[in-house]
Write a new protein. Structure first.
Lengths: 350, 262
């Protein structure tokens, strides 16, 4: 303790180096995303060389390639980027709020909520278009997660939900909705068909309209996530410390849950159940970001977009001339990868 | 009075732990709360730090009801360090201490030169200046506890509430932490309230002792007023002799027990 009365040291050089390294990782992730986007617009059932992609964007002349790029590849890539960002950020938020390294956005009941509402809309109202399902899916996701939050609050101490009550409520609501959905699709063949494809998870054959449909929700979710990051940092020291630091814990939780709901609700409604991104991506990126959510959240978003696009590209080439749904590729690649990750290092304590 | 509990009733759900308790903390003192396990010490400390809302009565900070003040404003006046806090893996000491600046930040202005200075000062105050970039989980128990105290210091509050800051530490590290508390009081004029289990250390490092049993304050005053043989019997059911500490002159508790004496 002999240094106790020394004057404050100048800002440590270590802190500045850390900052520089974090900016570098951010730049690297942007570069990786750019590469993933280029692969996604050019590779597929019919490969389109990059110069021709560029031509299709800047000066289309109505050739076959122009049409493929403009009406198929670009919307598909855009929805992949949006859903990937949304799921990566939602996963990191979810793991941060529950302090549970195995939490994923589905824990709030969004996935089953969306599935239930879509199947219901097909059976009861007779909705037939993809754009129609998406609104219902989104509504279902929002209602389910509000229900989970309300149920979690009942069990929580001091008026707010705790990670444990949220997880319990989410599991219970999901199981209940899944049971209802299963019994409905068994009775209705058309609903069964839609549900099957939705459950596999895909970003193919979504037109530009879908991008514009989900964009406002994902944008709002990202804004809330950004606002939530400093509060989440205090919450990761425990609720008592967060309160002692002047953080309103219940508001922080509510904002976080709202962000997760908007982000994963929108992507689940548009692309189906893409489970592995939200769970895996934060683990992959945490060694670079450390436990600071102001870096972890943007990193996870960019990484999520890269992972989703690359998995989709793989799905286009492995089963030619057909395609494998990106949800299937993610599960096939993700599961062993995740097991390796867990085996190599002990799971991170949050 | 900086901090005051007036006729508070505290508990969890239907279970009442403390009922009808009054306590005042004067500015510039080190107050230590002692009492047997489950007597409501930590509960009282949590209520004083507005981590627990009383179901009856009120807690006043500088004469104002603490639950009606904006919580961030309270956090600039009063710091609380709960018992055995945990941090996410990989968090560095400097990052932990920097999070103590949270009440001084808004989400669009995350870091200022004031923050930088406060963190540097808090680190050197606790002798951790050279360990800033080390992950918290690589430190020894004593260093880790000092890092948490450092976080509470960076908060820059006049009042500091510490719940068992010496738990899990060996005697040398306990002394180290308590010397630090004493210096905060002596050099910076901070007002400190702690919960401690070790009566002899409590007697040595506190200006005032508050003895609790079953949710009630049994005695409050200077260590020599409070730590008497009759009080130990009343509060702890402990048969003990109280002699003078040969080093500090404060009361020293020597339990009698049943082991045969030579």
């Amino acid at each position: 303790m002999s240094t106790a009365l020394a004057p404050p040291r100048p800002p440590a050089g270590g802190a500045r180096a850390t900052y520089r390294r974090r900016l570098l990782v951010l730049a690297g992730l942007f570069a990786a995303l750019a590469v993933a986007v280029m692969l996604s617009v050019s590779i597929g059932a019919k490969p389109v060389p990059l110069p021709e992609v560029w031509q299709a964007i800047t000066a289309p002349t109505g050739t076959e390639n122009d049409i493929i790029v403009r009406s198929l590849r670009i919307p598909r890539t855009a929805i992949g980027v949006l859903a990937g960002i949304a799921l990566g950020v939602a996963g990191a938020l979810m793991q941060g709020h529950t302090r549970n390294p195995l939490a994923d956005p589905g824990l709030l009941g969004v996935t089953q909520g969306a599935a239930f509402a879509m199947v219901l809309s097909i059976m009861v109202i007779g909705v037939t278009s993809l754009y129609g399902y998406i609104w219902f899916g989104l509504a279902g996701a929002l209602i389910a997660s509000v229900g989970v939050f309300a149920l979690g609050m009942v069990g929580g101490r001091g008026g707010g939900p705790t990670p444990v009550t949220l997880a319990l409520a989410g599991t219970a609501v999901s199981a209940f909705l899944y049971a209802l959905t299963s019994s409905m699709v068994l009775m209705d063949e058309q609903a069964m068909d839609v549900f099957r494809f939705w459950q596999a998870g895909s970003i193919a054959a979504r037109g530009g309209d879908v991008v514009w449909q989900v964009l406002p929700f994902i944008g709002a979710g990202l804004l809330l996530a950004l606002i939530n990051a400093p509060g989440l940092n205090t919450l990761s020291l425990g609720e008592d410390v967060a309160r002692a630091l002047g953080q309103n814990v219940n508001v922080t939780r509510a904002v976080g849950v709202a962000a997760v709901t908007l982000l994963s609700g929108a992507s689940v409604a548009a692309c189906g159940a893409l489970s592995f991104i939200g769970l895996m991506v934060p683990h992959l990126i945490r060694p670079f970001s450390g436990p600071d959510h102001r870096w972890l959240l943007p990193y996870s978003g960019l990484m999520g977009a890269c992972a989703l696009l690359l998995a989709d590209v793989v799905g286009r080439v492995v089963a030619r001339p057909g395609e494998l749904e990106v949800g299937v590729v993610l599960a096939l690649l993700g599961a062993p990868f995740f097991i390796a990750l867990v085996r190599r290092r002990k799971p991170v304590r949050l | 009075m900086r901090l005051q509990a007036v006729d508070v009733r505290l508990g969890y759900g239907d279970r009442v732990v403390v009922d009808g308790l009054d306590l005042g903390i004067e500015a510039g003192t080190v107050t230590t709360i002692i009492g047997p396990n489950g007597c409501g010490k930590s509960t009282l400390l949590r209520a004083l730090g507005r981590l627990l809302k009383p179901s009856g009565g009120e807690v006043l900070l500088d004469g104002k009801r603490i639950d009606r003040m904006p919580t961030k404003e309270v956090a600039r006046i009063l710091g609380v360090l709960p018992q055995a806090p945990t941090a996410p893996e990989g968090l560095t000491v400097a990052d932990l201490v920097a999070r103590g600046r949270h009440p001084h930040q808004t989400w669009y202005r995350q870091w200022s030169s004031d923050d930088e200075a406060a963190v540097g000062e808090a680190l050197s105050m606790t002798g951790l200046g050279d360990l800033g970039e080390r992950p918290l989980d690589e430190l020894s128990g004593g260093q880790r506890q000092r890092a948490w105290i450092s976080m509470a210091l960076a908060q820059g509050t006049d009042l500091l509430l510490l719940d068992e800051p010496t738990t899990f530490l060996d005697l040398a590290h306990q002394i180290e932490v308590l010397e630090l508390v004493r210096r905060l009081h002596g050099e910076l004029g901070r007002t400190v309230v702690m919960v401690l289990h070790d009566l002899n250390l409590a007697a040595r490092y506190a200006d005032r002792l508050v003895a609790m049993r079953a949710g009630k304050v049994v005695a409050a005053g200077t260590p020599s007023e409070v730590l008497t043989e009759s009080l130990l019997a009343e509060v702890f059911d402990l048969d003990a002799k109280v002699i003078e500490d040969p080093v500090a002159g404060t009361p020293l508790v020597v339990p009698i027990g049943t082991r045969p004496h030579p």
